[in-house]
Design a protein. Structure first.
Length: 273
């Protein structure tokens, strides 16, 4: 549920930054929740080998409830498609595309899995989540291409950083399972430097947004996101960093924090005072 809430927060922020959030967006947000739940459930089943090493308790639970997770995954994506059909039919393409990418990412075909290729794991995860957040809004509202591309870069970089931070946590299990993630290939120190470089590209991005006077009044929230990125990278790539459920919450929960900070501005703050 937490992962699905994060996915909703990403789409929520995408709609806010594009100035498209309205009461009619509710069904779209629910569809995003269901799609994320479907993909996450499917991913838990396909990642059973790695999770049995990285998260032993979770691995045993997944193995026990494998069939229920697969059923929940299929039913969730079906409901998401039905919601899209009766509200925004154009969003069905985005939903099905994201689901099938997740399938080939985890299960693949003839033992070929996208996640087993260096760099493709992180790019596939980040790209699919970004596409879902941005393309769902674009498919429904067809906003300015310039704004869409600008937001796409921001979301892609943030999700790519989060994905690689989670790979740092899972480095032991990935090595044993033969999954060649970026931390496995580069090591933790070089991965940290890469993540800091990626996060630093958002500094001129925010400056450009401020100069062009776009994404007002959410500039404060975007600056907070960049600072949060530096903190999470430096905090969770330390040798002494402990892996726990809180680790996952801090890394992926950033979008929920940003959504909470952005909401008062969406409601008109400080003009409502």
């Amino acid at each position: 549920m937490f992962v699905s809430a994060c996915a909703v927060a990403i789409l929520y922020m995408s709609l806010l930054l594009q100035g498209l959030l309205s009461s009619s967006s509710a069904l779209l947000l629910i569809a995003a929740f269901l799609l994320s739940f479907s993909v996450y459930s499917l991913n838990r089943v396909t990642d059973l080998e790695e999770d049995s090493i990285n998260l032993p308790d979770g691995g045993r639970s997944i193995k026990k409830n494998r069939d229920y997770l697969l059923f929940a995954s299929l039913e969730s994506v079906n409901i998401a498609v039905v919601l899209a059909f009766f509200s925004y039919p154009s969003a069905i393409i985005v939903i099905l595309f994201a689901f099938f990418v997740a399938f080939f990412y985890g299960w693949g075909a003839r033992r070929f899995r996208l996640k087993n290729i260096v760099l493709l794991k992180s790019i596939t995860v980040a790209g699919t989540m970004t596409l879902t957040a941005v393309a769902l809004a674009f498919a429904v509202y067809a906003n300015s291409a310039f704004i869409v591309l600008t937001i796409t870069y921001f979301i892609l970089v943030k999700i790519l950083i989060a994905t690689m931070l989670l790979d740092v946590r899972d480095i032991e299990g990935d090595q044993k399972a033969g999954v060649r993630t970026i931390p496995v290939s580069l090591g933790v120190n070089k991965t940290r430097n890469l993540l800091l470089l990626l996060n630093s590209t958002l500094v001129p991005w925010v400056a450009f947004s401020l100069f062009r006077d776009i994404f007002y009044p959410y500039i404060f929230v975007l600056i907070l996101s960049v600072l949060y990125g530096y903190w999470s990278i430096l905090r969770f790539t330390r040798a002494s960093a402990k892996t726990s459920r809180l680790y996952y919450s801090y890394v992926t929960g950033e979008w929920i924090i940003l959504a909470l900070y952005a909401t008062p501005f969406a409601l008109g703050w400080p003009h409502i005072l």
